[in-house]
Design a protein around this ligand. Structure first.
Ligand SMILES: Nc1ncnc2c1ncn2[C@@H]1O[C@H](COP(=O)(O)OP(=O)(O)OP(=O)(O)O)[C@@H](O)[C@H]1O
Length: 591
């Protein structure tokens, strides 16, 4: 027998799991030609078992009901088995059910290995994993007419509580049967978990990458104080089997969204955003570091704006965090599960504007991908499109963009069919858009379309939290105990930061290297850009400084006057109209 099993595996006659089971059956002294055991439960014993499993049977009934048509059509039967191997519920094709009874594939019969030899139910119970046992893989000759797939069902603590099995005649073998058994088992365990956690805080973990779409939802049930009470198999794989009883902590790469049941908000779902390849996790408001009142105020405004669907215009110098804000707005909005598509408007070649924005149909033009291509707007459908460097968008592209924004539809190049697009627009620029309009470089109609809520982000030199920000960035770059000497802090505070936070980041990285593990001192901070800027006393720089001074004075006065224009103008000793003109000219936000 031993030799037969080994040969069978080598010849692919037996799967590895079946071969191990054959070995166990052989060791138990079972003989393939034995008649099957005929101890089927009846009467009060079966009644008691059914009562004991009433709830699980009810859930299985609902699941089998959904699969009923397919199962009947393929002449199969679905079975629910308890943790001891006894069949407690069946549904499916009547013809096959009649045939199945001849080998006791029926309610009350026990299909553990020691009773029925190698079979999908018995092997799944022993191995605690899904298994297919086909035709001659069955140990007893009497079962060779069967093909059966089983999948285990676990409770919220990870214990095996039963098996789902799908069986049919061997000639009705279907490659999808195993998958169907797995899906039914996972639906059942999710239903059981949901029921157990009914009054508790429920968290659904959902992987957003491709594998997640074909795997069952990982589910966790949490107590009110956030302790993990239970987890299904898929969730245990992610949080680890020792997570039960521990506090559920927000994991890196998880985001929490609230879903509703029919009546009240009782469930919460957590989506796992596993970063596939080099795909980046999008920023959230938590990533925006800042303690200075201006940045806090901008964050608050952006948070409020995220809750609406208005277009948003982000203004500010290069490197102040406009893209960071755009991504955070998207992740805080109710579009967060949908795509965030960024488009650098200054980088679209004139002849590709339409195809870039709207995509193109199959064979639209020579050199195009033969299968056609999705444009940025279509890719952002239901999500957010981030139009970066909008102030540098060529006029031809502006006209095309305006059309989409006005009409809400796109027509791919080479296609006759229009598609309705619902994308939230966030635009950003470091240009003074009002001035660009005046100069005829930016369409006024597009300007008003995009303006919606406008948020001007402060330049780094206007911020009072440069040192805090620097320490945070150092920590983020794996410099565990960042330290800056007083001289270094002073140097950071007195520099003009033309490249803003992006520049701060770069300078700090170099400083970490130069400091070689010691505290960062002034000598480690080298500001090449400014050194040049300070030395360069050109008219242009002089104008910039004046403008900056005016902006700072206006902002201070506005803040002190609690955004009352007349009061602020009084403080600045200029007329209200002049103040208003300057606010417009410098693009100062009135929030
Ligand atoms: N408040 C902040 N907290 C932490 N990091 C920040 C903050 N603001 C900006 N950064 C970082 O600074 C860098 C520049 O930010 P971002 O690209 O968003 O700027 P931007 O204004 O869009 O620049 P550009 O106009 O050149 O595209 C990024 O690495 C970003 O993570």
């Amino acid at each position: 027998m031993e030799v037969f099993i080994l040969l069978s595996v080598e010849n692919n006659f037996l799967s590895e799991a079946a071969a191990l089971s054959w070995k166990r059956c052989h060791e138990l002294g079972l003989n393939p030609a034995d008649p099957f055991d005929d101890d089927v439960l009846t009467g009060s014993r079966i009644q008691a078992l059914l009562r004991q499993n009433e709830q699980t049977i009810q859930y299985a009934e609902q699941i089998f009901e959904q699969m009923n048509v397919g199962i009947k059509q393929s002449g199969q039967m679905a079975l629910l088995i308890d943790s001891e191997g006894t069949i407690i519920h069946t549904a499916g094709d009547a013809d096959f059910s009649r045939k199945a009874v001849t080998v006791q594939l029926q309610v009350g019969a026990n299909w553990a290995e020691q009773r029925k030899g190698t079979n999908a139910i018995g092997v799944a119970l022993a191995e605690k994993k899904p298994v297919l046992v086909h035709a001659e893989e069955h140990y007893f000759n009497s079962n060779h007419f069967l093909t059966c797939a089983s999948a285990p069902v676990f409770n919220s603590s990870g214990e095996l509580i039963g098996i789902i099995n799908i069986s049919g005649k061997r000639e009705h073998y279907n490659a999808y049967t195993s998958m169907l058994a797995c899906m039914a088992a996972s639906s059942l365990q999710n239903k059981i978990l949901l029921e157990q956690a009914k009054k508790e805080h429920l968290v659904t973990l959902r992987e957003l990458n491709h594998t997640a779409q074909i795997h069952p939802l990982p589910l966790l049930s949490l107590s009110r104080d956030n302790l993990i009470l239970g987890a299904n198999h898929a969730a245990i794989k992610i949080v680890g089997s020792d997570a039960i009883g521990k506090e559920f902590k927000q994991l890196e790469g998880f985001s929490v969204e609230t879903i509703h049941n029919e009546h009240q908000k009782v469930w919460q779902s957590v989506s796992i955003r596993k970063q596939a390849g080099n795909e980046q996790r999008l920023y959230t408001f938590k990533d925006i570091v800042g303690t200075c009142p201006t940045i806090l105020q901008k964050k608050e405004l952006a948070r409020k704006a995220a809750a609406t669907d208005f277009p948003i215009l982000l203004l500010g110098e290069s490197g102040v965090g406009k893209e960071l804000f755009a991504q955070s707005i998207h992740t805080a909005s109710n579009r967060s599960a949908e795509p965030f598509i960024a488009l650098n408007c200054s980088a679209i070649p004139d002849n590709l504007v339409e195809s870039e924005l709207f995509g193109y149909a199959r064979g639209a033009f020579t050199g195009a991908n033969k299968d056609g291509n999705t444009g940025k707007f279509e890719a952002a459908h239901k999500g957010t499109i981030f139009l970066d460097e909008i102030g540098d968008m060529p006029l031809r592209a502006q006209a095309a963009l305006l059309r989409v924004l006005q009409e809400g539809v796109i027509t791919p190049v080479g296609s006759t069919k229009s598609k309705a697009i619902d994308a939230r627009v966030i635009a950003a620029t470091n240009k003074d858009l009002a001035a660009e309009v005046k100069a005829g470089r930016f369409r006024i109609d597009l300007y008003y379309r995009l303006k919606g809520i406008h948020i001007t982000l402060p330049a780094l030199r206007e911020r009072s939290d440069i040192v805090t920000l620097a320490l945070h960035l150092l920590q983020k770059h794996a410099f565990p105990r960042p330290s800056l000497t007083e001289n270094a802090q002073h140097k950071l505070l007195t520099y003009s930061w033309p490249g803003n936070i992006r520049e701060l980041n770069g300078i700090l990285m170099q400083a970490v290297f130069l400091a070689g593990g010691q505290a960062i001192d002034a000598e480690h901070l080298s500001f090449e850009a400014t050194d040049r800027a300070v030395q360069d006393e050109s008219d242009e720089d002089h104008q910039l400084t004046l403008k900056d001074a005016e902006i700072t004075a206006i902002k201070k006065a506005l803040k002190a006057a609690e955004w009352n224009l007349s009061k602020a103008a009084g403080q600045l000793k200029i007329g209200r109209t002049t103040l208003y003109r300057k606010i417009e000219e410098y693009g100062i936000a009135l929030f």
